[in-house]
Ligand binder design. Structure first.
Ligand SMILES: Nc1ncnc2c1ncn2[C@@H]1O[C@H](COP(=O)(O)OP(=O)(O)OP(=O)(O)O)[C@@H](O)[C@H]1O
Ligand SMILES: [Mg+2]
Length: 316
């Protein structure tokens, strides 16, 4: 199924918002090897986002998806979808295959422009902003299929994210102006902190492609965090994980939230989503069919019908 594709791009765009360059050189197995050692995170390392600029108070609306429709030819991938994400919450975005979850991420991160409707972040429309501009605004994502720079080191992968956040341009980089040098040092320290947090600091100099699958998934999250986002969007971050690893990843997501991030989580495993999220939005065939607390969603006949593939009346 197509997802994350960029039909209009002619040039590779080597940014944290679109780290696709080395994809061909990388063959993710898509599942954990049972022999892989499970990496322990260090939840006490301080990874609070830095220099985030203007924001809203805890519990207020950080992002609003407003009546978004997106058509691909005859396919209506999103159909008049509206929901919002409150600052400080973990919002689950769930729904059967093809429901429009990844497309929703793509609209929120500037990969696609909606056919109608729009997205507001901190009250301002994203409009026609490009991916890098949206990353700078404070929205970061990971991808359903891992997209690391396979032939770069673990540290370099995270530095790509740090660079996307920092402000000095190519001019000051070329002339090695003091501000640029300072940013470089701070960036390096920030990247190492994130690797420390993820339990990957000891592997900083390894090539990303040589990491076990679970570490690659965590590295992708570290890179997204390196952009100091206000909103972290995770597209099935636990895909291919065994149940114990999945539980650990959910704990990691909660820790990330507790350190000051807002999280939007796509995850297929209902039980996991129920355990980790504050609220859940459910999509089916591009439409929002339910929204509420995990308990409300669990008992919602339309959701049960969507997941079990039975008529709503039979499920109620
Ligand atoms: N670039 C595209 N071109 C055409 N159709 C697309 C494109 N991207 C997505 N779609 C279609 O939009 C619909 C929603 O796809 P999407 O990938 O968002 O679903 P999803 O909920 O993420 O599914 P999954 O759980 O399988 O990842 C599907 O019918 C898909 O085929
Ligand atoms: Mg998807």
């Amino acid at each position: 199924m197509p997802e994350d594709t960029q039909p209009d791009s002619t040039q590779p765009d080597r940014t944290a918002a679109n780290p696709t360059v080395d994809e061909s050189a990388h063959a993710p197995t898509g599942v954990m090897d049972p022999a892989d050692e499970v990496t322990e995170i260090n939840p006490d390392v301080d990874i609070t986002p830095e220099d985030i600029g203007p924001t809203v108070a805890e519990g207020e609306r950080l992002l609003e998806v407003d009546d978004v429709t997106l058509r691909f030819g005859g396919v209506v991938a999103l159909n008049e979808v509206s929901f919002h994400i409150n600052k400080g919450e973990i919002l689950g975005l769930i729904g059967p295959n093809g429901a429009g979850k990844t497309t929703c991420f793509n609209v929120m991160t500037g990969v696609y422009q909606p056919t109608s409707g729009g997205v507001r972040f901190l009250g301002n429309p994203l409009g026609k902003r490009k991916k890098f501009a949206i990353t700078k605004l404070g929205i970061a994502r990971t991808f359903q299929n891992i997209r690391l720079f396979a032939n770069m080191t673990v540290l370099e992968n995270v530095l790509v994210g740090v660079d996307a956040h920092h402000s000095t341009g190519i001019g000051s980089a070329m002339f090695r102006l003091p501000k640029h040098r300072r940013e470089e040092e701070q960036g390096h320290a920030r990247a190492m902190e994130l690797l420390e947090f993820m339990g990957l600091a000891g592997k900083a100099d390894e090539l990303a492609r040589n990491l076990p699958y679970g570490d690659q998934r965590r590295l992708e999250i570290a890179r997204a965090l390196a952009t100091s986002p206000q909103l972290l969007c995770l597209d099935e971050p636990a895909a291919g994980f065994n149940p114990a690893e999945k539980r650990k990843l959910m704990e990691l997501i909660q820790t990330i939230r507790d350190q000051g991030y807002t999280v939007l989580l796509i995850e297929h495993d209902m039980k996991l989503v129920m355990g980790v999220t504050d609220r859940i939005v459910v999509l089916e065939f591009g439409r929002k069919i339910a929204e509420g607390t995990p308990a409300e969603i669990r008992d919602n006949p339309a959701v049960i019908a969507a997941y079990l593939g039975v008529d709503e009346e039979d499920a109620s």
